[in-house]
Structures are given as C-alpha cells and as structure tokens.
Ligand binder design. Structure first.
Ligand code: A2P
Length: 272
C-alpha cells in the first residue's frame, strides 16, 4: 500500500487485516426488535458458559465499534451464538441487524463476566432471572451439562413485553429435553416460567412482583428462596437488576463474584 492506493482498496485491506474478524453463518429475526445470529468461533477461544465478549463492526472511519455481548451458545458448541435487540438509532445495532450470512463481524476473544458457576457457592436449586435479551447468557448455561450436574433443580424465568419476544427462549427450552447432547443431563430438572407484561399470556406480570407476593413459588410448587438451598443469576435491564438485588437480599442471599463466590450474581443485559 502506498499514497497512490485508491481509498476503496485501503478499506478492503483494513478489513482483511483485522485479526479478530469472524464470519456470520446464520441469522434469525424473531421480531422487529429481536434477532439472533451465529458466527465462526476462533479456534483458540475458550470461555465459560455465561461469559460475554466484545463484538461489533467497523465504523466509517475504519475504527471498530464494539459492545459487550453475552455468548448465547454453550462452551462445547463449534460456533458462537448471540441474541440481540435492534435499536433503530443505536450506534451498533442499527447496522448489526442487517448482517447476512457470509458477512464479517469483529470479535475480541477475551471472555469475561460474573454469570458463571464459579461465582456461586454450591446449592440445590439454581434460578435464572431474565428480561428481554438478558436471556442470552442463560441460553448458554441452559445448554451446559455442568448446570445440571451441579444442581438438583434449575428454574428459568423470562419476562418480556409480549409473547413473540419469548419465542427464542421458548424454542430453546422446549428443545432441551430432546437434545441428543444435553437431554439426558436435563432430565426432569428444568422448570420454565415465562411471563409477559404488555400482551395477554398464561402468566402476566413482572417476575419481581411474583417474587414479592410469593405467587411464583406457589405456581412452581417450590418453597420460598433460602440461602441454604437457592442460588440465582440475574440478567436484564437496570431496573430489573436493581429490584432483584433488593428482593434476593431480602431472602438472605448475598452477591457473589469470581473472586468471592456467594449465593447470587447479576449482570446488565446489552441494551443499544
Ligand atoms: P414492563 O412492560 O412492565 O416495563 P424491555 O423490552 O423494555 O427491555 O423490557 C423487557 C421486560 O422487562 C418487559 O416485560 C418489562 O416490563 C420488564 N421489566 C422492566 N423493568 C423491570 C423491572 N424493574 N423488574 C421486572 N421486570 C421489568
């Protein structure tokens, strides 16, 4: 490349030179606000189910625009899956929502995060509390045999505005028992608790209200949460996370971290 190189060639060379480019292998649009996609996995990438990485696209100026995304696929999967919101004026998702099979995205292979088994002390019943795209890290953990090896019972709650927004999670959960790789680990350990807040469905309302009034325990046939038995992972909006912290601590659970495991962990879902 020299000063005479046409601009278009410079851009193409810059993309090819990116060490962290991965190829899109699948895209699924669930609603006008939600989509999931799969990309090739760098051979050297090792991660713990529930962790996130930085992914994104190149900006006009050739610099990367990256955001934190939970990996939705389990650690044994040959590819990587992500579950994303589409924000029409969002800097990244306004463009990311248009990716097609064969396109390249940038992926920094440095997984981190607190929604991991190592951040929780051993327990008997594991709760996953998600709203919206906060389901993504649990899509990974629900497909990880370790989840069922560690716990006698696993409960996934998912609160969305309407029924269509539950679909990605519903299909994943309903496919687990029949899955040739994970089905036998799941057995009858998993309970699914979907709720909607803005469209009629069998369970209406925010999961937080159902925890406060205790109706979720009656619905699921389990006793109220205690720090001896229950562990929890939370992923959703800022509001959910703030409210859940108060609720879980009200049940006597303490927040854990990789360096100091305890009874629950929280992470904000990607939002823009
Ligand atoms: P609501 O419709 O009552 O706001 P969003 O699509 O805005 O990310 O929201 C996803 C889901 O999370 C919606 O059903 C929304 O309910 C719910 N939600 C928002 N804030 C909270 C909260 N603080 N606690 C529980 N659920 C919440």
């Amino acid at each position: 490349m020299n000063d005479q190189t046409p601009v278009t060639e410079v851009k193409a060379a810059a993309v090819k030179a990116l060490p962290d480019a991965q190829t899109v292998t699948e895209v699924h649009h669930w609603t006008d606000r939600l989509f999931s996609f799969r990309v090739t996995r760098p051979k050297t990438l090792r991660f713990r189910s529930g962790e996130f990485v930085m992914i994104g696209l190149l900006k006009e100026d050739g610099k990367p625009l990256l955001r934190a995304y939970s990996i939705a696929s389990p650690s044994w999967d040959e590819e990587l899956e992500f579950y994303s919101i589409k924000v029409q004026d969002g800097p990244l998702t306004s463009r990311l929502q248009h990716i097609k099979v064969g396109d390249e995205i940038i992926l920094r292979p440095k997984p981190v995060g607190t929604l991991v088994h190592d951040a929780l002390l051993p327990g008997k019943r594991l709760w996953f509390f998600a709203t919206g795209t906060g389901f993504a890290p649990f899509a990974s953990l629900l497909r990880d045999p370790e989840t069922y090896e560690r716990y006698d019972e696993v409960i996934i709650t998912h609160t969305c505005r309407d029924v269509a927004e539950l679909e990605y999670g519903r299909q994943l959960v309903e496919g687990l028992a029949e899955d040739p790789l994970i089905g036998e680990f799941v057995g009858d350990k998993l309970k699914y608790y979907p709720t909607t807040t803005r469209e009629q469905s069998p369970k209406m309302g925010r999961v937080t209200d159902k925890l406060r009034d205790g109706s979720i325990f009656a619905d699921l046939g389990v006793p109220p949460m205690t720090p001896d038995v229950d562990r929890a992972m939370v992923c959703g909006s800022m509001g959910l996370n703030t409210d859940m912290k108060v609720i879980l601590e009200g049940f006597g659970l303490r927040e854990g971290a990789n360096s100091d495991p305890a009874e629950y962990v929280i992470e904000k879902a990607f939002v823009g």
